[in-house]
Design a protein around this ligand. Structure first.
Ligand code: AMP
Length: 287
């Protein structure tokens, strides 16, 4: 496995792969690799000839007072996992390598970033889009793999790629969960044992919402109230950031659930801000 810390280095590896007629894939990550990332890497491994995993804790997507410094960093374990999963190259640049000069350019995807996590984390998606655009330009993959756990991120990335005619296809992999349903996340490490016991309430509430929607197609507001009630009862330490039911493509809030929807939530539990979502098909199975 090639490990490259410079843009020039990874470009030259990818150029060699291209010369050999290989297709190229990219799995962008912030490291601290867990089962969710592993699934993306496994999908990437199957989906291209030369698979690059990027590991970069991107400072520009963290707001003031967020956990940039505290974010878990496990470089040795990450490299071992990449190797074991058959990655061809790891691109692990420093912040100085990625942002050699103070950037004067950012990528902003309008509208789709005004809601859900974007409303609570101003500037976050500009940081994400800009770094994803840079990584796509550096590696120039045919396909890049993202996780459904960050649903809004996947929609925003797809839109950016479309709007900017970037020659890459975005693939989205299902959320990987712990046995009790909690979405696997690097930030789960922040939970105290007591908070960890409450955390499965997020997915349990989403599952109940999904069941209710499939059965009764009630007004979105009623489902949101039920999700909040469930969280209050089952995760009493949790502070709900948002519970929203949105159109899967426009991310606009919906009033009715007789159509495809995404139920998404974010909850602060101690030091961790946890997000999760479920996508529910329309009544006829339309997506
Ligand atoms: P991160 O390292 O948290 O920036 O995540 C890198 C990629 O892994 C993103 O596309 C995430 O959506 C994806 N990811 C994170 N957690 C999970 C999970 N539990 N299941 C599937 N994908 C995930």
């Amino acid at each position: 496995m090639d490990v490259e810390q410079t843009i020039e280095g990874i470009r030259s590896r990818v150029a060699d792969a291209r010369k050999a007629g290989k297709t190229v894939g990219l799995v962008p990550t912030m490291g601290a690799l867990h089962a969710g990332h592993h699934a993306l890497i496994a999908a990437g491994r199957r989906g291209c000839d030369y698979l690059v995993v990027s590991i970069f804790v991107n400072p520009t997507q963290f707001g003031p007072g967020e956990d940039y410094e505290a974010y878990p960093r496990t470089p040795e374990e990450d490299l071992a996992a990449c190797e074991r999963l058959g990655t061809d190259a790891v691109f692990a640049p420093s912040a100085e390598e990625m942002y050699a000069e103070t950037p004067r350019t950012t990528v902003h995807v309008a509208h789709l970033t005004d809601t859900l996590c974007g409303r609570r984390r101003p500037g976050h998606f500009d940081g994400v889009c800009t770094v994803v655009a840079k990584l796509l330009n550096i590696v120039r993959p045919d396909t890049a793999w993202f996780g459904q756990k960050d649903y809004q991120q996947s929609v925003v990335a797809r839109r950016m790629v479309r709007d900017l005619n970037l020659p890459v296809s975005i693939a989205v992999c299902p959320t990987v969960r712990e046995e009790d349903g909690l979405a696997v996340s690097s930030r789960n490490a922040y939970l105290t044992p007591n908070q960890r016991r409450q955390a499965p309430a997020l997915y349990a509430a989403l599952r109940k919402a999904e069941e209710t929607i499939r059965r009764d197609r009630p007004p979105a507001e009623d489902v949101i109230t039920a999700v909040r009630d469930h969280l209050r009862a089952q995760a009493p330490e949790g502070q709900v950031d948002y519970v929203q039911i949105v159109d899967p493509e426009t991310l606009a809030d919906v009033e009715t659930t007789d159509r495809p929807v995404v139920v998404a939530l974010a909850v602060r539990l101690g030091k961790a801000r946890l997000i999760d979502n479920v996508k529910v098909d329309g009544p006829t199975g339309s997506t």
